[in-house]
Design a protein around this ligand. Structure first.
Ligand code: FES
Ligand code: FES
Length: 151
């Protein structure tokens, strides 16, 4: 498969989850594991442009796919606009949910470029944050969509 534009290839056991493959075989530890029930979204990545919880997929299922993780989002030293908005809006505290939250938010804006606050909240309902109360996360997504600014 390709991860962030680089071709990677490993033999894996059929039971290997994609999130474990990304972290342990590909060595990309920005994608986090926050639960064992497919409910937190900390492991969210993009597979062929679609936002997916990588703990719900076997690595073998994405043979040949194009994977994007949080490490591949910035353009060199320039943060992706969503990362920049999270930074400016203080949309994180411990940061554990942030990679998955950012990946889900980028995907949301691809589908709905100018979401309402409610659409942002609904769009990110599969991603849990234990720290922020979501207010600043929603603000960041709205800012990244060109609506509103950091306060
Ligand atoms: S680790 Fe994948 S949803 Fe929680
Ligand atoms: S910033 Fe801590 S879990 Fe979201």
């Amino acid at each position: 498969m390709k991860i962030n534009g680089a071709t990677v290839s490993h033999d894996v056991e059929p039971r290997t989850l994609l999130v474990h493959y990304i972290r342990e075989n590909a060595g990309l530890t920005g994608t986090n594991i926050g639960c064992d029930s497919s409910s937190c979204g900390a492991c969210t990545i993009h597979i062929n442009g679609e936002s997916v919880k990588s703990c719900t997929v076997f690595a073998a299922q994405v043979d040949g796919a194009d994977i994007l993780t949080i490490e591949g989002l910035a353009d060199g030293e320039t943060l992706h606009p969503m990362q920049q908005a999270f930074h400016e809006c203080h949309a994180l505290q411990c940061g554990y949910c942030t990679p998955g939250m950012v990946m889900a938010a980028v995907s949301l804006l691809k589908e709905v470029p100018k979401p309402t606050e409610r659409e942002v909240r609904i769009g990110l309902e599969g991603n849990l944050c234990r720290c922020t109360g979501y207010h600043n996360i929603v603000k960041a997504v709205l800012q990244a969509s060109g609506q509103g600014g950091a306060q």
